[in-house]
Design a protein around this ligand. Structure first.
Ligand code: AMP
Length: 287
């Protein structure tokens, strides 16, 4: 496995692959790999001849009070895990290479997709994501890219941007990988102390509760939201950022649950660790 740090070298490598008739699958990440990341890498390997993973903790998608400096990092461990997951190249640029002095262009996706859910409490986050992903696509020039459904709004934003800007990259969504007890895997789970780990289960258990209630006939999202809020707040140290029932395509709030309704959750534990999770309320009608 190769490690490439310079954007120019990355693009040169990709051009060589294309000339050799190889397809490129790409997985953008911020590192500190867990099984969720590795599943995306293996999926890319099934769909393309070569797999490139980027490892870049992108400063422009963090707010001023967020965890940029504290974000967990372990390059050596990541390198070993990526090698075992069939990755051909890790692209790990320096911040100065991605954002040289004078860089002054931002990609923004329309507010219907970016203002609510995580966009409401993380202003500028999706502009940071859209900008870095479009830069990475231009540097890596992949045929396809795999993103996790865990970051459900991010996936919708990337799909929109890729289509609107004719980026020519096929976007693949991959299901959420969970711990055995249901907690969605996340690099941020490492911040959780033992008791906080218990409270973190409130998200996946709330999803299960919504499914049971909806299957038993409760389709009004106002009623469901009230029940879920009570349930989540019964765990120690939890505060609710949002409990939203949205259409899977438009991300707009819905009043009544149907097959296209996704329940998206963001919960803070001890006002310290912010966790997200999501899932369909009825069946699974993902694209
Ligand atoms: P991150 O390093 O957190 O930016 O995540 C990199 C990619 O991995 C994104 O496409 C995420 O949606 C995806 N990802 C993170 N956690 C999971 C998970 N538990 N299951 C599936 N994909 C995930």
């Amino acid at each position: 496995m190769k490690i490439i740090r310079s954007p120019q070298e990355m693009t040169a490598w990709s051009r060589q692959q294309v000339l050799a008739g190889k397809t490129i699958g790409f997985v953008p990440t911020m590192g500190f790999f867990h099984e969720g990341h590795l599943a995306l890498m293996r999926r890319a390997g099934k769909l393309a001849d070569q797999v490139v993973v980027s490892l870049f903790v992108n400063p422009t998608q963090f707010g001023p009070t967020e965890d940029l400096a504290a974000y967990p990092r372990d390059f050596e461990r990541d390198q070993g895990l990526a090698t075992n997951s069939g990755v051909n190249v890790i692209f790990a640029p320096e911040t100065e290479e991605m954002y040289p002095q004078g860089a002054n262009t931002t990609v923004t996706v329309g507010e219907e997709l970016t203002n609510q859910l995580c966009g409401a409490s993380r202003p500028g986050h999706f502009a940071g994501v859209a900008t870095v992903v479009s830069k990475l696509f231009n540097i890596v020039r992949p045929d396809l890219a795999v993103f996790g459904e865990k970051d459900f709004q991010q996936l919708a934003v990337i799909r929109r941007m890729t289509q609107d800007l004719n980026l020519g990259v096929k976007i693949i969504g991959h299901p959420i990988i969970r711990e055995e007890d249901g907690l969605a895997m996340s690099s941020r789970n490492t911040y959780l102390q033992v008791e906080e780990r218990e409270s973190a289960l409130s998200l996946s258990q709330a999803l299960a509760m919504a499914r049971t209630m909806a299957t038993n006939g409760e389709r009004k999202t106002e009623q469901l939201r009230a029940a879920l809020e009570g349930f989540i707040l019964s765990f120690s140290g939890t505060t609710v950022d949002y409990i939203s029932f949205v259409d899977q395509f438009t991300l707009q709030q819905v009043e009544t649950v149907d097959e296209n309704t996704v329940l998206a959750l963001a919960v803070k534990i001890n006002n310290k660790v912010r966790l997200i999770d999501n899932g369909f309320v009825l069946g699974d009608a993902r694209e």
